[in-house]
Design a binder for this molecule. Structure first.
Ligand SMILES: Nc1nc(=O)c2c([nH]1)NC[C@@H]1CN(c3ccc(C(=O)N[C@@H](CCC(=O)O)C(=O)O)cc3)CN21
Ligand SMILES: CC(C)C(=O)C(=O)O
Ligand SMILES: [Mg+2]
Length: 253
């Protein structure tokens, strides 16, 4: 069975949680897909393996290169690709061109873009009208790092209301799902109850319709990870031990 955007909406109605993680290469994508994940995001957190400090330098060509590798490894999960910083904010035509390249060149089913202010809502509506499935992303939007920092968003009643309204506007513009990043759990619950489309939380409590984390954080492979990311194994330690054992055996001939 291949997972569709419609399937995710149906799972929300049925109360079945949606399981998502990021992948940036064929090997991890194949493992996640075989493990039964529902949605695989080629995130611009690709910055982690490219050695960038933030997601800002990531290019569309880099995203497409990695998304093609991920797509080859996935048989069942829905593959969504982040549009990186300044490849969709400039104009509707820029967004159309970037999203079109992603779908045509990678075989991914959908794109994700950050933000819910009126100009972004208009861009989303136009992409959806052109037949491109779009995932929204509100709350902490890391491409706005130099405005927002990495702090939890939506703490004040005003900020909380703004994020709720952005989520509603994005649903009306036609997104099939929305990422809620680093917002208070009670706000995430409120948005989740208000929307017909599934909410996918990261650092937004357990009441969202699904959860996503960065795979290298879950595996203990990232140099550092957000405080909200639960680490399920420590691959940095495992890899160091394995490589040291190898080095010992080589030196012992
Ligand atoms: N490896 C990785 N995992 C991620 O989840 C991730 C990335 N990279 N890069 C893009 C964004 C950045 N993210 C982050 C990173 C750190 C915090 C964090 O630790 N916040 C703290 C400190 C905030 C501060 O420094 O002011 C907090 O208490 O809110 C949150 C989200 C989430 N995304
Ligand atoms: C963590 C998710 C939501 C993301 O946008 C990314 O990995 O880039
Ligand atoms: Mg991202």
């Amino acid at each position: 069975m291949v997972i569709t955007t419609q399937q995710l909406i149906q799972w929300k109605q049925q109360g079945r949680a949606i399981v998502a993680l990021t992948a940036w290469d064929y090997v991890i994508a194949q493992l996640l897909d075989a493990a039964g994940l529902d949605l695989i995001l080629v995130g611009d957190s690709l910055a982690v393996v490219l050695g960038y400090n933030t997601t800002l330098p990531v290019t569309l060509d880099e995203m497409i290169h990695h998304a093609k590798a991920v797509r080859r490894g996935v048989k069942r999960a829905l593959v969504v690709v982040d549009l990186p910083f300044l490849t969709y904010q400039e104009s509707i035509s820029q967004a159309m061109h970037s999203a079109g390249r992603v779908l045509k060149e990678t075989g991914a089913q959908a794109v994700k873009l950050e933000g819910g202010h009126p100009s972004m809502v208009e861009t989303v509506a136009r992409l959806v009208q052109a037949g491109i499935p779009v995932m929204g992303h509100v709350g902490l939007t890391p491409q706005s790092l130099h405005q927002l920092g990495l702090r939890q968003q939506g703490k004040s009643p005003e900020a909380s209301e703004r994020i709720l309204n952005e989520a509603i506007a994005l649903e009306q513009a036609g997104v099939f799902s929305i990422v809620l990043e680093h917002i208070p759990p009670q706000l995430a619950l409120q948005i989740t109850q208000k929307l017909r489309i599934p909410t996918i939380g990261i650092g937004a409590g357990w009441e969202c319709d699904g959860q996503i984390l960065v795979t290298s954080d879950v595996l203990g492979l990232s140099e550092k990870q957000p405080l909200f990311a639960k680490v399920y194994t420590n691959l940095r330690e495992e890899i160091t031990k394995a490589v040291q054992n190898y080095a010992l055996e080589v030196r012992d001939r």
